[in-house]
Structure formats: C-alpha cells, structure tokens
Design a protein around this ligand. Structure first.
Ligand code: FES
Ligand code: FES
Length: 150
C-alpha cells in the first residue's frame, strides 16, 4: 500500500488490525506521533491525512492509501524547526512533550484553515488534545505567536 509521508513516497504491507500509528512508528520509524489512550480520546497520536487531523491510533493504515500523511517531522524546514515549531520553542510550550506532536498537528491544520484564529477558536480546536502537564496556556500563546508571525 502506497502513500506519501512527509513529502516522500512510503510503502506499508497492510494486515488486519494494523493502525496508521503502528505503521508509522513500528514500520516507518516515524516516532513523533505517540500512543496515549488508543481510543481516540487524547490526541497524542494526531497526524494529518490530506491536511485533516486524524487519530492515527484508531485509523486502519488503509485509510491513508494513496493519500498524503504529515507528521511533526514534516513541519521541519531545511532541517530546522518550521515556523509553528519555532513558536512552540519560543513560548516553551512543551513540558514532558508527550502530547506536543499531536497538539502541533492539530494547530497546523487550524492555521492552514484560518490564519488568525481567536483564542476561543484555538481552545475549542484543541479541546480534544489532552495535556497532563498543564501547558495549555503556553500552547495558546505559541499558536497566537505563529499566527502573528506567519
Ligand atoms: S492515542 Fe490516539 S487519541 Fe489517544
Ligand atoms: S507536555 Fe506533558 S502531557 Fe503535555
């Protein structure tokens, strides 16, 4: 099964029960999406499929067939953190970091859709991305910074 992963061709042999998250982490060595709940409840595994955030822990890998998958690694620019990642660094918006890749991918999709989202819109969009470390306010500031600097 073929798809595009962070701009490059990727191939996975699908098998029953193989999720997109398992394929990314275990077969393609893309480790930014994290396994949190495994039940589409926490957002740690969020990646973009054709630009839309999906919970890769519950997506069969076949859902990406022929499509384009973007993970945190795909937000890099010329080997360096891209603009949204730089804003998260500047605002020190990660603590343990377990939730961070999923939050960044959700934020990336939001900013692609809406260049200057309000604080309320940012909070609503990230409602399903849980952070046990309490970085939420810094995350909001980082996304606002990224939208200002875009
Ligand atoms: S691990 Fe996928 S939503 Fe929690
Ligand atoms: S930074 Fe630790 S869970 Fe969010």
């Amino acid at each position: 099964m073929d798809f595009v992963l962070n701009g490059k061709p990727a191939q996975v042999a699908p098998r029953p029960g193989l999720t997109l998250l398992q394929a990314l982490r275990n077969e393609l060595a893309v480790n930014s999406p994290k396994y949190g709940c495994g039940q589409a409840q926490c957002g740690a595994c969020t990646v973009l499929v054709d630009g839309e955030p999906v919970r890769s822990c519950v997506q069969p890998v076949e859902a990406a067939a022929g499509g384009s998958v973007t993970t945190l690694e795909g937000l890099m620019r010329d080997g360096k953190p891209g603009p949204l990642q730089q804003a998260f660094i500047a605002e020190q918006a990660a603590q343990c970091g377990y939730c961070t890749a999923g939050i960044l991918m959700t934020a990336q999709a939001l900013l692609a859709r809406k260049r200057n989202p309000s604080e309320a819109e940012i909070r609503a969009e990230l409602d399903g991305n849980l952070c046990r470390c309490g970085t939420q306010n810094r995350v909001v500031r980082a996304i606002q910074r990224a939208s200002r600097e875009a």
